[in-house]
Design a protein around this ligand. Structure first.
Ligand code: FES
Length: 79
């Protein structure tokens, strides 16, 4: 599935950038140009960053509310 239509960047490519150490949309952009044109994909990129624990992202909660991403999972409870 494409995340960034302007640069034909897929969700898998963004996840690879995160696995390679990207922690912000700017770092994702450096790696694959996603988010550097119209900017409409930046919220989805932020949500992916939040989903994959790259960085706590308040925008991920908003993206979940808007149905753009899965809701954050609560942290594991200590027994
Ligand atoms: S859709 Fe990503 S910059 Fe336009």
């Amino acid at each position: 599935m494409y995340v960034c239509m302007c640069h034909a960047v897929t969700e898998a490519q963004v996840k690879q950038q995160i696995d390679d150490g990207a922690q912000t949309p700017r770092e994702i952009a450096k790696g694959c140009k996603a988010g550097t044109d119209c900017g409409s994909c930046v919220r989805r990129i932020q949500a992916l960053l939040g989903e994959h624990g790259a960085r706590p992202c308040p925008t991920a909660r908003l993206a979940a509310k808007l149905g753009l991403a899965e809701p954050e999972q609560p942290a594991a409870q200590a027994a």
